[in-house]
Design a protein around this ligand. Structure first.
Ligand code: ATP
Ligand code: MG
Length: 417
């Protein structure tokens, strides 16, 4: 019997893992420049953490959560996203007591029971950032600028930054009414889900992926035209600060987010090179969530980016080839012993060194050197040991340098310094 990964899950193997490391290391660097510190959150929470914040009528809560009862009969859910867990932790640990803004980032797997397709998985990884305690639109512009810098430092090009405001609880009733008035007559042309959403949460209709619904909702009123004074002035400031920081962006009045907790600013980054699953990152403000989670009223803003959708975009531009800096090919028992010792000493001097554990013909040892991508090779035979001298062969330009067996000299030659 052969086991396989579950549908929609995948193993991440070398050499691709180097791309993951590149993305993660770049993110840590950039986050440091902006004062974001890491927070590690559990991968499961009480189901309520997600249903209360993401929204009962959202696709995530309605269809996509991995929810089960644990042995203590508690309903728990594998996290489908990071913000709800983060806010739970923010309130639980009274993080609001620290000077604002409090800035955090996380990296890790998320779980959504979706139909697997290219770049859409059931376990996928997000890198996310959250900044708390500041209402001012400068923070919004700063986090969008950070995301833009992060994605371009990772190596992405051809990105489209779309920004909008989706208002707050004060402007929403007016907008919902305008939307319902517009959609009311056409309701029959929408899918069953949308007909249900019309009463439960008409905003969700704007996020439906069914082609017929996309067509039927064309021309719907935009929330941008129904903002209250405060949201409208916040959005004006955001646009101003984005210009000031020279962050390229477009305003998309039809941008909607699949999560209920967003207020005011919402944004999405997409790539023209990803086909239909084009969203690389998304985020927005959530000014009422901390209060809803039992904390003091505290504004917040954040984003999350999907690592699996970034990998294919950088795959051909970043060199992920790796291999040992040195491979020792021993010819005989004495050489094996000596080489084994040398390998260990070179490693303790910071080199990635390997030795062939099986003494085979020189030809097959060289073939292996090529297959594993060894940068340099030493053939170690009786003559070399007697003379205490070896030839170090550079596998890419085929140049050869003679060295004694002194570790210092070997390291120097291999590093070519
Ligand atoms: P989509 O519209 O593609 O379903 P979403 O709006 O559900 O995306 P968010 O909840 O905003 O996505 O998550 C932020 C990012 O996480 C997305 O922009 C995407 O890069 C990534 N992401 C979301 N769901 C998946 C998934 N099932 N597989 C891989 N990446 C995902
Ligand atoms: Mg989705």
């Amino acid at each position: 019997m052969k086991f396989k990964t579950l549908k929609g899950l995948q193993d991440i193997l070398p050499p691709d893992i180097s791309l993951w490391h590149h993305i993660e290391a770049t993110a840590r660097d950039i986050f440091k420049n902006y004062g974001y510190r890491e927070i590690r959150l559990p991968i499961m929470e009480s189901t309520d953490v997600f249903t209360r914040s993401i929204g009962e009528t959202s696709d995530i809560v309605e269809k996509e959560m991995y929810t089960f009862e644990d042995k203590g009969k508690r309903s728990v859910t594998l996290r489908p996203e990071g913000t709800a867990s983060f806010v739970r932790a923010y309130v639980e640990h009274h993080i609001h007591n620290n000077p604002a803004p409090q800035k955090f980032y996380y990296m890790g797997p998320m779980f959504r029971y979706e139909r697997p397709q290219a770049f859409r998985y059931r376990q996928f990884y997000q890198i996310g950032a959250e900044a708390m305690g500041v209402e001012d639109a400068k923070l919004d512009a700063e986090i969008i600028s950070m995301l833009s810098r992060l994605l371009s430092t990772i190596g992405l090009t051809g990105l489209n930054f779309e920004v909008t405001s989706i208002g707050c609880k004060d402007c929403r009733p007016d907008y919902k009414k305008a939307l319902k008035d517009y959609l009311g007559d056409k309701l029959k042309s929408f899918c069953g889900d949308c007909q249900r959403r019309y009463d439960a949460n008409p905003l969700r209709i704007l996020d439906c992926k069914v082609p017929g619904c996309i067509e039927s909702r064309k021309g719907s009123p935009a929330v941008l035209d129904h903002l209250c004074e405060e949201c409208s002035s916040h959005f004006d400031k955001l646009k101003h600060y984005l210009e000031l920081l020279k962050v390229p962006h477009t305003i998309n009045p039809n941008l909607v987010r699949g999560l209920d907790y967003y207020t005011k600013t919402a944004f999405e980054v997409s790539s023209e090179n990803l086909g239909s699953q084009s969203a690389v990152a998304a985020g927005g403000r959530y000014d009422s969530m901390v209060k809803e989670f039992g904390g003091p009223p505290t504004p917040g803003i954040g984003f999350a980016m999907g690592i699996e959708r970034i990998i294919p975009l950088i795959k051909n531009t970043i060199d992920v080839s790796d291999g040992p800096e040195l491979l020792i090919c021993p010819l005989g028992d004495e050489a094996t012993e000596k080489g084994f010792q040398l390998t260990e000493q070179l490693r303790s001097n910071g080199l990635w060194a390997e030795i062939n554990h099986e003494v085979t013909s020189l030809k097959s040892q060289m073939r292996k050197a090529n297959r594993i991508g060894a940068k340099n090779v030493i053939v170690l035979g009786d003559d070399e040991i007697k003379a205490a001298q070896v030839v170090i062969r550079n596998m890419s330009d085929k140049s050869e340098v003679t060295s004694t067996l002194s570790i210092d000299e070997l390291v120097k030659v291999i590093r070519r310094v």
